[in-house]
Design a protein around this ligand. Structure first.
Ligand code: SF4
Length: 479
């Protein structure tokens, strides 16, 4: 009989680095973890800002505690590094700075790998169920001997939860991250486990996030969760918030591929925070797995029409792509401009194959979102025909992807939107249309401010962007 995977839930009520380091040391010892070789820590820094996005990322105190424990307990270590690629094309070095990481990384004499600045290499995937034969990851990930995964415990509007498995979406750079980030997102997350499996996981569940992933509502969970297997940690994470592991599709797919258990019977749960006490604490923990047409129903000027989708496994909704990106974009806009729902002009957001005539108000503009969207019929007093250009995953070559560079994308999208700003509609292309592009299209068609030009963001993000471009050029010349 194989030994059960062990997952430890420890009480931790506040972000005290010394206390966290003690908890991590205990956890590593109980789990028999001894980091060695090239050790890479992967936090979740999808976005970070102390005021605007305070609960979206793994806190610096957790990084501090784990780095300290790793230094103390490691065997022969040839490198200690922290690496990540933040989301929505914002330079990772900007998010690290906002998260307060650089000082902590210096304190522990670790290296930083901004994955948007490093070389990307193909790793071959061998499993029959894999979406493709190769997947591109940053070289430091492919070279790592010992990966330590540091997710933030958050609900997720596309995947229900983001824990250890989902945190790996942040290892891909902009050129490769959006490949299969659509109806196949959950499959892609399972593919990423094949690249590398973490040898230690510590989840920042001190202040967890509810509902959204970029702008979560804080929830005091008061815990650190540790383990050595992503499926086991995520399974326990599901039970911590009273949901069934099988309802987290990427967990089910990954477990079915043999990467770990999804049944609590196969996991030994230890620590000083009993699971049933946690379940009682999180009885009101909130998720947001809601279709956008109902989600925005009472939002005044933004209305959504959702059609059908081209893949058999999910014909009614695209959970990994455009609809979720719209939700995140609206939440980002709201974080900067709280009155956004009152200020936005009438916009109808249309996604999927829509066969019913769109009944619009006279002053309502339309965003047809995504490559899979199609519609033939009236649009006010004109007739339009929008055709689908969707390509299934096998038709998309991961070696010939666009750069998705922040500035190039901004210019291209804004030009596309501005040329149509006096027209009735725009067709936003992409599969998916990214969160950043959603912000641009909503800003132009809804006649609202664009956060990309907000003084709180524009200077520091652009400084980070140009530094990132320079460092990436140098890194590519040197490696
Ligand atoms: S275009 Fe958007 S909604 Fe359609 S399949 Fe792609 S990601 Fe999903």
């Amino acid at each position: 009989m194989t030994a059960k995977q062990k997952v430890i839930i420890m009480r931790c009520d506040d972000y005290d680095p010394a206390k966290i380091e003690g908890i991590i040391k205990e956890g590593m010892q109980e789990l028999g973890v001894k980091p060695s070789g090239r050790v890479l820590l992967k936090p979740n820094t999808v976005i970070a800002h102390p005021d605007i996005f305070p609960h979206a990322f793994t806190r610096k105190e957790v990084l501090d505690g784990v780095l300290g424990a790793t230094r103390a307990l490691a065997g022969e270590m040839t490198e200690l590094a922290v690496g990540e690629r933040s989301g929505i094309t914002i330079p990772t070095r900007y998010c690290f700075k906002q998260a307060g990481y650089p000082k902590i990384i210096r304190k522990h004499r670790a290296r930083t790998h901004y994955f948007d600045e490093t070389r990307q290499v193909p790793v071959s995937l061998q499993q029959d169920q894999s979406l493709r034969n190769n997947i591109f990851v940053p070289k430091p990930v492919a070279d790592a001997d010992f990966l330590i995964n540091l997710p933030k415990f958050k609900a997720h509007p596309w995947c229900r939860l983001t824990l250890s498995l989902k945190n790996f979406i942040g290892i891909q750079d902009d050129r490769h991250r959006l490949v299969d980030h659509n109806l196949f997102l959950e499959h892609k997350i399972a593919d990423l486990q094949e690249v590398i499996q973490p040898k230690f996981i510590a989840v920042d569940a001190i202040t967890a996030g509810q509902k959204m992933m970029l702008t979560p509502t804080p929830f005091h969970m008061g815990a650190i969760v540790m383990g050595t297997n992503s499926c086991a940690v995520d399974t326990v994470g599901c039970h911590m918030v009273n949901i069934q592991p099988a309802d987290v599709i990427h967990l089910r797919l990954t477990a079915e591929r043999g990467f770990g258990p999804m049944d609590l019977e196969e996991i030994e749960v230890t620590g000083d925070f009993p699971l049933d006490e946690m379940q009682a604490r999180t009885r009101d923990f909130k998720f947001c797995m809601e279709n956008i047409d109902t989600y925005f129903r009472n939002s005044g000027n933004l209305r959504c029409t959702v059609g059908t989708f081209p893949e058999k496994h999910s014909p009614d909704y695209c959970w990994g792509g455009c609809p979720g990106a719209l939700q995140e974009a609206m939440h980002i806009l709201k974080a900067y401009y709280p009155n956004i729902y009152q200020d936005i002009q009438k916009v109808r957001y249309v996604v999927g194959n829509v066969t019913q005539p769109l009944e619009l108000d006279d002053d309502e503009k339309v965003i047809f979102a995504g490559d899979c969207t199609s519609y033939s019929g009236p649009l006010g007093d004109q007739a339009v025909s929008i055709a689908s250009s969707y390509r299934t995953t096998g038709k998309v070559d991961e070696k010939k992807t666009k750069s998705n560079d922040m500035v190039l994308k901004t210019i291209k999208t804004l030009l596309a939107a501005y040329f149509r700003k006096n027209r009735r509609y725009v067709h936003a292309k992409g599969c998916p249309v990214s969160v950043g592009d959603h912000v641009h299209y909503l800003s132009v068609m809804g006649k609202i401010k664009n956060v990309n030009f907000d003084p709180r963001l524009v200077f520091s993000v652009n400084l980070s962007y140009w530094t990132m471009r320079l460092k990436r050029f140098v890194n590519h010349c040197l490696t």
